[in-house]
Design a protein. Structure first.
Length: 454
């Protein structure tokens, strides 16, 4: 059994000091004792490390390349999307593996304990499947084996170019599968996880109401079974208008009326919701998968977080396009967006929980459900997904209790993250991934090969 001792730790029942945690060989927390002398691996301030609920790993290699305005003065999500399509035609399986490993390394160094990969880049340029239909899924799994990061893999079903079921365009054909082909892809992708540690998981991801036939959602639910099902929902105004024109209901109204919702359903973005949609979806038990940095970058809109929480809604947080991988900044951006919209302060705090505590608790609980991962708190029987902040960080000196979290999110940043464990695997030590040099080298080689892809 591995032992980790921390000066302070946020346990399931609150803050404690001089905490000794025992971790079993299968990555579970086996024991927790407080007021113990230092022993084993040591840490400053120990927190549960949340799952990153939504990532498109390959887009990390595009970061910073889409900040010029095109010839159309109304540059938007849709023009960014065309640039993304041009970029991805250059990517090989080797590139995808190197990029995914770099992304997961950055996630771990930012404090995430696991990654939920919304994986839709399946085929060769031109749309012809690889000889192994799950070639790209296997590369995501190989990246996880390199980084030691827990993985929930969501193979994506993407079939149509719009709600009218038009064929996929040139930029989309690497994503495309019929429902039967998707079922085969999903089964083969599940096999790709067999070589990973036992905490890896598989799920299902119909891409969006634009990209699949709504009548197929029942089949996606059958394939998912007890595993998570994720879908993009209500991200852009044009998307909402297209769905409403085709189906007579806005996207959130559609899923509320037609889908069986539960705690294993995660809808990504939900930045274009009316009040009744926010209230209904929050009360359904489904999770809102929020990606505030990407949503800001793409001009998606502002998630109605205050109303969502007032109606008991669950959230998780993800890095989506990976334009910037920063857990603290995702949370800060989420909260500041509420303040800017409502001209308020501490918009997501409650009388008994500060902003930092409420958000960390929420994304740990929601992330555990969205990833189908037995993490989310420091408690016996849970996976040892843990992050440790440096107790000597200038902005944490003398801070106690939940104020530590507020200073981390609003005065500090991810440079405070000193250690991270994923299912007990101690992958970040002294703020750096233990395999950083090799991972960065492979990523740099990939970037040189891609050159000026856009």
């Amino acid at each position: 059994m591995v032992s980790v001792w921390a000066e302070k730790a946020l346990l399931e029942n609150g803050w404690a000091e001089n905490v000794l945690i025992g971790i079993s060989p299968d990555g579970l927390i086996e024991s927790i004792e407080t007021n113990q002398p230092s022993a084993g691996e040591t840490a400053g301030i120990l927190l549960p490390a949340p799952a990153n609920c939504h990532s498109h790993a390959f887009q990390r290699a595009m970061a910073g390349l889409t900040e010029k305005r095109g010839p159309d003065a109304s540059d938007s999500f849709w023009t960014w999307r065309q640039l993304m399509f041009r970029f991805l035609d250059r990517l090989t399986p080797d590139h995808v593996e190197a990029i995914a490993a770099f992304v997961q390394m950055e996630m771990l160094e930012a404090g995430y304990g696991a990654n939920v990969e919304f994986h839709y880049l399946h085929h060769q340029p031109g749309g012809v499947p690889y000889a192994n239909i799950a070639e790209m899924a296997e590369r995501i799994a190989a990246a996880s084996a390199t980084t030691g990061m827990g993985l929930t893999l969501l193979p994506v079903h993407y079939q149509y170019g719009g709600c009218d079921k038009r064929p996929l365009g040139p930029g989309q054909i690497r994503f495309g599968n019929t429902l039967d082909a998707y079922a085969a892809l999903h089964a083969k992708s599940a096999e790709a996880l067999a070589h990973l540690p036992s905490d890896s998981r598989i799920g299902v991801a119909p891409h969006s109401l634009r990209a699949i036939a709504p009548e197929d959602l029942v089949h996606h639910a059958e394939i998912a079974g007890a595993n998570p099902l994720h879908m993009h929902l209500a991200e852009q105004i044009a998307e909402v208008e297209e769905v409403e024109a085709a189906h007579g209901r806005r996207p959130v109204e559609f899923v509320l009326d037609t889908m069986e919702l539960s705690a294993r359903r995660c809808f990504i973005h939900c930045t274009q919701m009316l009040p009744h949609e926010t209230e209904g979806l929050a009360r359904s038990g489904a999770i809102a998968g929020l990606c505030p940095i990407t949503e800001s970058s793409l001009g998606d809109g502002i998630f109605d977080g205050v109303r969502w929480f007032e109606n008991g809604g669950a959230i998780a947080v993800g890095s989506d396009s990976n334009i910037r991988i920063s857990l603290s900044e995702e949370l800060r951006t989420l909260d500041y967006s509420q303040r800017l919209r409502d001209h308020s302060r501490a918009a997501l705090a409650t009388p008994d929980k500060s902003t930092g505590r409420r958000l960390l608790d929420a994304i740990n609980a929601g992330g555990a459900r969205a990833s189908a991962r037995n993490n989310g708190s420091l408690a016996v029987g849970r996976l040892a997904d843990m992050m440790a902040l440096d107790s000597n960080a200038v902005d944490l000196i003398g801070r106690q209790g939940d104020t530590i979290l507020d200073c981390y999110m609003f005065a500090g940043d991810d440079r405070m993250v000193e250690h991270v464990w994923s299912a007990g695997r101690h992958m970040v030590q002294g703020g750096r991934h233990v395999r950083r040099e090799a991972i960065v080298s492979a990523y740099a080689r990939t970037m040189r090969e891609l050159g000026g892809a856009i």
